[in-house]
Every structure is written in structure tokens, then in C-alpha cells.
Design a protein around this ligand. Structure first.
Ligand SMILES: *[C@@H]1O[C@H](CO)[C@@H](O)[C@H](O)[C@H]1NC(C)=O
Ligand SMILES: *[C@@H]1O[C@H](CO)[C@@H](O)[C@H](O)[C@H]1NC(C)=O
Ligand SMILES: *[C@@H]1O[C@H](CO)[C@@H](O)[C@H](O)[C@H]1NC(C)=O
Ligand SMILES: *[C@@H]1O[C@H](CO)[C@@H](O)[C@H](O)[C@H]1NC(C)=O
Ligand SMILES: *[C@@H]1O[C@H](CO)[C@@H](O)[C@H](O)[C@H]1NC(C)=O
Ligand SMILES: *[C@@H]1O[C@H](CO)[C@@H](O)[C@H](O)[C@H]1NC(C)=O
Ligand SMILES: *[C@@H]1O[C@H](CO)[C@@H](O)[C@H](O)[C@H]1NC(C)=O
Ligand SMILES: *[C@@H]1O[C@H](CO)[C@@H](O)[C@H](O)[C@H]1NC(C)=O
Length: 682
């Protein structure tokens, strides 16, 4: 758990962008050539490394070799370049309580059947000697739910009866070499036994119950169904049965009894379940660890006979349970599965689809200026490069940022922690009004190195007010390093309709920067006068707003805020972050490129952003709200509201250390830049 800094703040760029009919005079006068030679390479980003396998086996990004395996429905064979969609390979083991739960939970099975992307096939394997019966069982589990919901999916699910250790191809090597997962276990010891008893366990959901059992020895004491406090378990690990009350009630009553932790055992014949809270129970803070195991007869018997039983928690490294092969045939890690559900398979497969679409988009014609090619971004300096732009900037009306973040190594385990803000600043004319204005913003993917995003920032083209520009990409200086790649893509939108006039942005007028979201927030934002040249055809309001940190209302990150730009006292342009704090809203953005299966709380909706995604600029046409008379000024007022009112956190912002319930998984949020862009106003 890292230190949590929590100053609620909003970070943004707001600009009024003016566009006008193409008129050469307007732009060229500002293009100053400083004349010095500079790198301006046209090479494409090389995200994939060569397919030469490293000595110990293929790494993520290497091309998957051909293989075939016997399945219950004949041979399954994979041929590189056969242009099918992605393939997910899952290796089951009943030694994992996590996988047992994933395969027993109805909602998990339904999610695979109903939401596996149509492009994707899944090959199911088993790591255990019981592979033949496991394959039949897995097929039966999925057939049962698919028959009622979506039979089509069954043709894309393949079950192999051959254990992984007997496959004889490269798959076992990758599963064991990539590793990264664990078998979570409980070890029981008692004086009368010759050997300790080791059983699989599933920890309670992390975002409900963050405490984790330790490897030290706990005394185990029975407490019935655990639905009522039981003072005798004080200081011990409570052994309670499933049923009669919720998991929440059990853990709460054992915590009230001062137990050191809780082991809930499944009723005979029942599967291990995902212990979680529901409704208002999730608000209560519980600080003892809890996990679920099967009923172990000798443990129950020893306790009944009054023998002393000790228990400890242990994790044994396991092979990885999931690998992917994307549309291009490259091997891929599948990321972190935060709770036992096939939804995580679906999200990764959705991302493979997104990535294939992105590859297609990147084939469209454009003048590409390479700015960074896997350049390290770290520290106060960030990544810096100076580039030459095409001389005829005015020939283009579209500017896209093609940005990606990769890690120092080839595995996700080498990637930086936390979801930090990344900002791209540009300075072309060092004496001009736009030097070091923000051109793009992204949020890093928590320990995943696959993010690549295409962001349209065409309205900001006037920031490129010279043909030699210095670009700086930065994340908080204390963050671990990322390797950044960035291409500027200049193109012409392909309007075929000759009626539509080609408009080009010719001026950007900075309006507001962000700041701490407290009771003085709106006082700090003064009305701004804007005059618009008479020849202007179109005016857009352009805003990049993200809220970070949290106070007692979970503002700004997880509270719903609204942002209003009142123009000429009449026109109320509103942006509301409705999905902030919702449990799954950022999973809905995977199709737009949000990196799935991160190791943080990437699933929750946030105010204006998601982990592992670009921040899309908010654009509104405000032409009709403005008076175009040269001499008349227009007024813009901005205010940000929480529940329709000025923010007014009761606690001093920046002093909050509390974890909001149900908001954080795994590690909580990292500290984040709360610096605001400051622009001259007006
Ligand atoms: C998995 O193990 C549990 C007990 O550990 C058992 O009840 C269950 O039948 C097993 N499932 C399969 C598919 O073997
Ligand atoms: C898969 O295709 C079917 C019909 O072809 C469609 O109804 C369904 O929504 C698609 N599912 C997904 C997840 O794309
Ligand atoms: C549930 O409560 C009943 C009545 O108190 C008790 O007899 C039964 O053993 C309890 N069930 C379990 C699983 O502990
Ligand atoms: C739990 O511990 C607290 C503080 O030591 C004590 O006041 C309380 O009586 C204990 N509760 C039980 C059920 O032992
Ligand atoms: C629990 O939290 C939710 C959302 O923050 C809130 O609406 C609800 O009133 C809370 N319930 C209790 C009992 O505090
Ligand atoms: C160009 O226009 C065609 C047809 O309207 C459209 O399908 C295509 O996506 C457009 N290309 C770009 C780069 O906008
Ligand atoms: C713009 O301002 C001028 C001067 O105040 C006024 O005469 C004119 O009616 C205004 N035009 C519009 C469209 O509001
Ligand atoms: C703008 O709209 C929001 C809600 O849509 C409202 O709360 C706010 O008071 C409005 N402001 C003005 C000045 O009309």
C-alpha cells in the first residue's frame, strides 16, 4: 500500500478554438523557420520487437508458432496468419480456489457465454492429471449456460483432454515461463498429525476487505456459522461454516469478537465462492482478513475433539492460467484478474479487437512525424524532443496524436505502478503566446505496457506556430519510468461533399486552468472577455478536464461533478461526469482503448478519465452563442459544481487519508500531479 495523497484537484485545459475558411495569410505569417537541422523521421512506431525468441522462451509480443492439440471435438490447430480473430488459451487447475470459483460461479460462466467477442476463440486446457475429466466438466459447465443463452459461442470454445504437461508443444513452456500467478493455500497443523494439511483458499474480494492473512501461525478455533459474535475466538483465526447469514455478517461478528481472521468453509459439495459484500454493508470498514476454503474433515474433527489446530496462509507460485494471441498473431499477457470471473477474458479480447481496428486506422494516409520512439519518460524532465513539421501545415485540417506507453522490460511486471496523468506540452515559437501549452493528456495503465491511443486534437493545430517544435511528455517525477512513443499524424479529412466548406482552426484562446476543488474553487475562476474576429465561421469550446484525489465526498475522482461554461450570461454549456464512482464504467471503455486487466482499480468510473486511456477533449460548437461583431466582447464564466453547489469539503483538502469504501482494489490510487495548467486569461 503506497502512501495516499488525496488533494482533490482538477486538471485541465480549456480553450476557445476559432476556425475559419482556409485563408493562407492567416497561418503562414506565424510560421517561422529557425533553420536548424533536426530529427524528423517518418518511420512508424515499432511496438513489436523482432520475433526472435529469447533463450528461455517466447516473450509477449513474439509471434506465436503453429501448434495443434487434440480436443473433445477433434484436432484444434493454430496457424499463424490464418487471419482468424484472437485466441485465448486458458489452463485450468483445480488446485486453484480462484479458478474453481471462476468455473462454478453462474455469473462468471454467463459472462463468457454472452459477452465473449464474436471474433475470439478460447482453448481450454488443464494443468492437472485429471485433464480428461476436467475437459468434460468445463464443457458441461459452459454448455449448460450456453444452451439457454447463446449456442453459437460453443463453436468457438475448444476443450482439450490432454494435460498441459503432455502437450509436447510450446504452450507449457510459455505457461510455466511467464508464471506470475499463485496457488493460494492454507496450511493446517495439529500435534496428532504426521503431515500438515494444505488446502486451496480464495481470499475475500480485495476492494471489500483489504487485509490479507499472514504466513505466521494462527490458532484455529470453531465459531459455528459465525453469524453471532463468539468471544472465545479473540486472538484466533475463526473457523466458521458457510450459510445462515451473509459473508459480511460473519466477518463483522468475528471482528467484533476480536478474531485475528476468518476462514469460512464451504458446506459439503458446495464450491468455493467469491466472498463479497452487498449494498450498504460495503460501507462498513472491516480490517481482519478472511478467506474461503473447503470443509476439511480432519480439521473439523480435530477441533471437535478439542485438539489444538494451527493454520497459516501461504502462496505457492503457479504457471500463468491465461495467455492470449492477438489478431496479428502476437503472444500477449492477459493481465490481472481482480476477482474470479470470465469477464476479464472478455475485456482482454475486446481490447484485441480494439487494437486490430487501431492498426487499420493507422494505415490511412497521413503525414507522420515521429516525435518519440520508445524514449524513456521519467523525472522532472520527462521525455523531450524537437521536431520539424511539414512546411505546408495549412494543407492539413486534422491532427491526431498516436501515442503509446510501453515498459522497460517486455513483461507487464516491469511496468510502472499507479494510474498517473501524462501530459504532452508543445512549444514551437518560444516567444509566442502558446509556448508550453498542453496538446494531449493520457492516464497510465497500472502495470500494463500495451496502451496505444489515437487522439484527435485538430482544434489545437494553431499551437504549432512555427515549423520547429519542442514536445515534452511528462508524468509525476516520482513515477517509475515509461517508454513513450509518439507520432503526430497530419491528414485531410476526406469530405466528399463540396458544399461543406473546409474549415481550419486559426486561433486558440486559452481560458482557464484547474485547481484545488474546494470552497474557493469557483472564486478563483474570473469571467473572461472574448472577442471574435468578424470573419470567423465557427467557434468551439474545447476542454480537457480530469478530476483527481478525494475528500470526504470522494471528490474529485469518484464524485459526480458538473462543469458549466456560461457564455454571455445566457448559454449554459454543461459537462457532467455522471459515471464517476460507478463500479464498472471504465470496463465499458475497453472498446475505445482503455487498457483492461490492470493491477489497480481500473474498473471504476472516474471523473473525466479512465486508467490506461487518452482523455478525450470535450468539444462544443458555440458559434451561435457569440456576438461576432469585432468590437463587441463576449463573456465566458466557468464554474464547477458538486451536487449542483459550490464544492465545500468539510475537511481541509489534502489532509484526507481515508480509503473510500468500494472504491479501491489492490493498491489504491497513487499520488498524482495536481499541477494545473495556467494560462493567461483573455
Ligand atoms: C475441484 O475440487 C473440489 C474439492 O477440492 C471438488 O469438490 C470438485 O469436484 C473438483 N472439481 C473438479 C472439476 O474436479
Ligand atoms: C455476435 O454476433 C451476433 C449476431 O451475429 C450478435 O447478435 C451479437 O451481439 C454479437 N455479440 C458480440 C459480443 O459482439
Ligand atoms: C444454521 O442455523 C441453524 C439454527 O441455528 C443451525 O442448526 C445450523 O447448524 C446452522 N447452519 C450452519 C451451516 O451452521
Ligand atoms: C475486543 O477488544 C476490545 C479492546 O481490547 C475489548 O474492549 C472488547 O471487550 C473485546 N471484545 C471481545 C468480544 O472480546
Ligand atoms: C453507503 O454508501 C452509499 C454510497 O456512498 C450511501 O448512499 C448509503 O447511504 C450508505 N449507507 C449507509 C448505511 O451509510
Ligand atoms: C473517408 O470516407 C469514407 C466514406 O465516407 C469513410 O468510410 C472513411 O472512414 C473516411 N476516412 C477517414 C480517414 O475519415
Ligand atoms: C452584437 O453587439 C452589438 C453591439 O452591442 C449589437 O448591436 C448586436 O445586436 C449584437 N449582435 C448579436 C447577434 O447579438
Ligand atoms: C447551468 O446549468 C446547471 C445545471 O444544468 C445549473 O446547476 C446552473 O445553475 C446553471 N447555471 C446558470 C447560470 O444558468
Amino acid at each position: 500500500m503506497g502512501p495516499l495523497r488525496s488533494k482533490p484537484s482538477l486538471l485541465w485545459l480549456v480553450a476557445v478554438v476559432l476556425t475559419a475558411r482556409a485563408s493562407k495569410a492567416a497561418a503562414k505569417s506565424k510560421l517561422i523557420d529557425y533553420g536548424s537541422a533536426c530529427d524528423s523521421r517518418d518511420n512508424e512506431l515499432s511496438l513489436r520487437s523482432s520475433s526472435t525468441p529469447s533463450p528461455d522462451g517466447p516473450e509477449p509480443g513474439d509471434l506465436a508458432e503453429a501448434f495443434s492439440v487434440p480436443t473433445l471435438d477433434g484436432e484444434f490447430s493454430y496457424q499463424p496468419g490464418s487471419a482468424r480473430g484472437p485466441l485465448v488459451v486458458h489452463a485450468f487447475s483445480n488446485k486453484s480456489a480462484f479458478l474453481e470459483c471462476m468455473w462454478s460461479s453462474e455469473s462468471s460462466l454467463i459472462s463468457l457465454v454472452e459477452e465473449l467477442p464474436n471474433s475470439t476463440h478460447v482453448l481450454f486446457l488443464s494443468l492437472d492429471e485429471s485433464a480428461a475429466s476436467d475437459a468434460l466438466w468445463m464443457r458441461e459447465q459452459l454448455q449448460r449456460v450456453a444452451v439457454l443463452r447463446n449456442k453459437e459461442v460453443l463453436s468457438r470454445l475448444h476443450f482439450s483432454p490432454v494435460p498441459v504437461f503432455a502437450l509436447g508443444n510450446w504452450i507449457p513452456n510459455v505457461l510455466y515461463y511467464w508464471r506470475g500467478r499463485v496457488f493460494s493455500q492454507v496450511v493446517f497443523k495439529s500435534e496428532g498429525w504426521k503431515m500438515p494439511i494444505v488446502v486451496k483458499r480464495l481470499n475475500a474480494r480485495y476492494d471489500w476487505l483489504a487485509a490479507r492473512g499472514e504466513s505466521r501461525s494462527y490458532q484455529l478455533l470453531g465459531a459455528g456459522d459465525g453469524c453471532e459474535p463468539s468471544p472465545s475466538v479473540a486472538g484466533a483465526l475463526a473457523w466458521v461454516s458457510e450459510g445462515n447469514c451473509s459473508f459480511f455478517t460473519k466477518v463483522q461478528s468475528m471482528a467484533q469478537s476480536n478474531a485475528s481472521g476468518v476462514l469460512v468453509h464451504a458446506l459439503p459439495g458446495h464450491p468455493i465462492q467469491d466472498m463479497n459484500c452487498g449494498g450498504d454493508d460495503c460501507n462498513a470498514t472491516l480490517t481482519i482478513p478472511a478467506a474461503m476454503v473447503h470443509l476439511e474433515a480432519s480439521v473439523a474433527q480435530a477441533l471437535e475433539c478439542g485438539q489444538t489446530v494451527f493454520a497459516s496462509f501461504q502462496n505457492t507460485p503457479s504457471p500463468t492460467f491465461f495467455i492470449g494471441i492477438d489478431h496479428q498473431g502476437a503472444l500477449a499477457e492477459m493481465g490481472g484478474f481482480i476477482y474470479p470471473s470470465f469477464s476479464f477474458v472478455n475485456w482482454q479480447a475486446q481490447w484485441f479487437d480494439f487494437y486490430a481496428d487501431l492498426q487499420t486506422k493507422l494505415q490511412s494516409p497521413a503525414k507522420v512525424i515521429s516525435v518519440f520512439d520508445k524514449v524513456q519518460m521519467q523525472g522532472e524532465e520527462g521525455a523531450v524532443a524537437t521536431v520539424h513539421l511539414p512546411i505546408a501545415l495549412w494543407d492539413f485540417d486534422t491532427l491526431q496524436l498516436d501515442a503509446s506507453l510501453s515498459c522497460p522490460g517486455r513483461r507487464d511486471s516491469s511496468c510502472a505502478h499507479w494510474d498517473h496523468t501524462v501530459q504532452l506540452f508543445v512549444c514551437c515559437d518560444p516567444l509566442g503566446p502558446y509556448c508550453n501549452t498542453e496538446l494531449g493528456r493520457w492516464i497510465t495503465a497500472f502495470r500494463r505496457g500495451t496502451g496505444r491511443w489515437l487522439t484527435d486534437v485538430s482544434p489545437l493545430m494553431p499551437l504549432l506556430d512555427s515549423n520547429k517544435c519542442t514536445l515534452t511528455m511528462k508524468t509525476p517525477p516520482w513515477a517509475m519510468p515509461w517508454m513513450v512513443s509518439l507520432n503526430l499524424r497530419f491528414s485531410l479529412s476526406n469530405r466528399t461533399d463540396s458544399e461543406v466548406e473546409m474549415l481550419r482552426p486559426f486561433r486558440v484562446m486559452p481560458l482557464y486552468g484547474g485547481g484545488t476543488f474546494n470552497k474557493n474553487y469557483n472564486k478563483r475562476h474570473r469571467p473572461v472577455k472574448v472577442s471574435v474576429p468578424a470573419s470567423t465561421k465557427k467557434v468551439e469550446l474545447y476542454a480537457v478536464i480530469t478530476a483527481h484525489g478525494y475528500d470526504e465526498n470522494h471528490c474529485g475522482e469518484f464524485c459526480v461533478t458538473s462543469h458549466h461554461f456560461l457564455i454571455n450570461g445566457v448559454f449554459n454549456n454543461t459537462l457532467t461526469f455522471d459515471s464517476a464512482g460507478t463500479p464498472l464504467d471504465c470496463t465499458l471503455r475497453v472498446k475505445e482503448g482503455a487498457v483492461p486487466n490492470e493491477y489497480g482499480t481500473w474498473l471504476y468510473g472516474r471523473a473525466g478519465w479512465c486508467d490506461g486511456l487518452q482523455v478525450d477533449p470535450w468539444r462544443t460548437d458555440v458559434t451561435k452563442q457569440l456576438n461576432m461583431s469585432q468590437f463587441e466582447s463576449n463573456t465566458v464564466v466557468y464554474f464547477g459544481l458538486f451536487q449542483g453547489k459550490d464544492p465545500n469539503p468539510s475537511k481541509e483538502p489534502g489532509k484526507q487519508q481515508r480509503r473510500p469504501r468500494r472504491r479501491r482494489l489492490l493498491f489504491g490510487q497513487g499520488p498524482r500531479s495536481d499541477a494545473a495548467l495556467r494560462h493567461g486569461s483573455g
